[in-house]
Structures are given as structure tokens and as C-alpha cells.
Write a protein that binds this ligand. Structure first.
Ligand code: AP5
Length: 220
């Protein structure tokens, strides 16, 4: 595919918690000039700002439960209508259930986006537990690190803005287990939904991130 066509890509990124969706979406958006739309990041930012959306979402996010469809779908559709997203985007963390996938398809049909692609990053439970157990996030710029896989240069400070790093509330072991059960029950059927449409491009995300990125770029 030509570089100019790649920059207009419309991508949906699916996968279990900790598969590396956020990490790969950031790299893909930088490589291809696409808007990176992460529902998890938008919700965590709203919680930090204590906005009306944040107040409603906090309880669900902290427990690892899905935030009600009405709140999330509206937020995503509004974001997709912005000019940067009209030039190409990567959706990271949406859709998370069949209702969200159907609502997204209705919006895509309305916009004439019939050629969108779905990337599915699969990872084993062992990898997921190791990755989420060591993940650290910057309080200010939300950059993501891992205490052993991608350690920050200076203790627990962000490499980019030097702010403090923290562990996500939902990365505690019991909550990770709960998130995996939510994924199996609500989100795995979305993978099957897109497989039936013949859109899925599947990648083994247990491997080093640069290897996965290279393979995805080749696949696209
Ligand atoms: P969200 O933030 O979307 O969480 P998630 O899907 O569970 O995914 P994660 O962010 O945990 O993992 P990731 O796959 O992005 O991995 P990452 O790249 O960070 O959602 C959080 C919550 O928000 C939900 O539980 C829900 O409450 C709510 N929500 C969000 N969307 C919603 C929706 N559509 N509907 C309703 N509610 C919604 O990598 C993990 C770690 O591993 C990092 O430390 C990273 O450095 C490291 N790493 C990544 N790749 C590699 C690699 N290849 N090798 C080694 N280390 C790696």
C-alpha cells in the first residue's frame, strides 16, 4: 500500500488487556500519521480532571468493569468526527462488546467507511499478568513504561516530562483477573463478529514490540 493511502487508514485494534494495544497504537499512529483514539486514556483523563464524565466512569474503570455503552459510544463518535480523525485513525479499546461494534458499524456506514481494517493482538495469560503487573504510567503525559520490559531511565520518573509514575488502580492482580473475565465474556465475541466479516488481521503479541510492529506494518 502507498504511504499516502496508509495515512488514510481506518483501524480498529482489538486484544485482551495488556496485549500491547496502547503501545502498538502509539507506534502505528506515529509511523502512519493517524489519530490515536484510546477510550481508556480518554476515560482516565476525565477521571483525573474530575469532569462529569470522569465522575460517572470512575467507579467502573477502577473495578475493571465496562463503562455503560451510552457514555462511551457517544464519546467515541464525537471524537471520530473531529478533522484529524477524518484523515485516518486507530481505535484502541473500542468496541468492547457487540452493541458497541454494531453502533460503530452504523456510524461507519453513514460516513462511507466500508474499508476499515481490524487488527487483533493475541497474548497468553502469562504474558498479560507479567505486563500488567509491571506497568507504570506517567501522571502528567500518560506515557507507558514497564519496570522490567521498558524501564524508565530515572527511577520512577517519566523519561519525557519527568513527572511521577503510578500504577493503575485496575492493574492490581485481582482486578486484572476480573478484567480478563470481562474480556472473555464481552469482548472476545467482537473478535468473532469481525472474523465473520472477514476483516481480522491477527498477530501474536507475546513477542517483542518492535517485531509485532514490523509485522503489522507489513500486513497493512
Ligand atoms: P483500557 O485502558 O482500554 O485497558 P485494556 O483494554 O484493559 O488495555 P490495557 O491498557 O490494560 O493494555 P494494552 O493492551 O493497551 O497494553 P499496553 O500497551 O499498555 O481500558 C481501561 C478501562 O476503561 C476498562 O476496564 C473499562 O472500565 C474502561 N473502558 C475502556 N474502553 C471502554 C469501552 N469501549 N467500553 C466500556 N468501557 C471501556 O502494555 C501493557 C504493558 O506491557 C506496558 O507496561 C508496556 O510497556 C508493556 N508492553 C507492551 N507491549 C510489550 C511487548 N511486546 N513486550 C514487552 N512489554 C510490552
Amino acid at each position: 500500500m502507498e504511504k499516502t493511502q496508509m495515512a488514510m487508514l481506518k483501524l480498529v485494534l482489538l486484544g485482551p488487556p495488556g496485549a500491547g494495544k496502547g503501545t502498538q497504537a502509539k507506534s502505528l499512529s506515529e509511523e502512519l500519521g493517524l489519530a490515536h483514539i484510546s477510550t481508556g486514556d480518554i476515560l482516565r483523563q476525565a477521571i483525573q480532571l474530575d469532569s462529569a464524565l470522569g465522575k460517572e466512569a470512575k467507579h467502573y474503570v477502577d473495578k475493571g468493569e465496562l463503562v455503560p455503552d451510552g457514555l462511551v459510544t457517544k464519546m467515541v463518535i464525537e471524537r471520530l468526527k473531529r478533522p484529524d480523525a477524518k484523515r485516518g485513525f486507530i481505535l484502541d479499546g473500542f468496541p468492547r462488546n457487540i452493541k458497541q461494534a454494531e453502533d460503530l458499524d452504523s456510524f461507519f456506514a453513514q460516513e462511507g467507511y466500508s474499508d476499515y481494517k481490524v487488527i487483533y493482538l493475541d497474548a497468553t495469560e502469562k504474558t498479560i499478568i507479567q505486563r500488567l503487573g509491571g506497568r507504570m504510567i506517567c501522571k502528567k503525559c500518560q506515557a507507558v513504561f514497564h519496570m522490567t520490559n521498558m524501564p524508565p531511565k530515572e527511577g520512577s520518573r517519566c523519561d519525557f516530562c519527568k513527572s511521577e509514575l503510578y500504577q493503575r488502580q485496575d492493574d492490581r492482580e485481582e482486578t486484572v483477573k476480573y478484567r480478563l473475565s470481562v474480556y472473555a465474556q464481552a469482548t472476545k465475541p467482537v473478535v468473532e463478529y469481525y472474523a465473520r466479516q472477514g476483516r481480522i488481521m491477527e498477530f501474536d503479541a507475546d513477542r517483542e514490540s518492535s517485531v509485532v510492529l514490523k509485522e503489522m506494518l507489513q500486513g497493512l
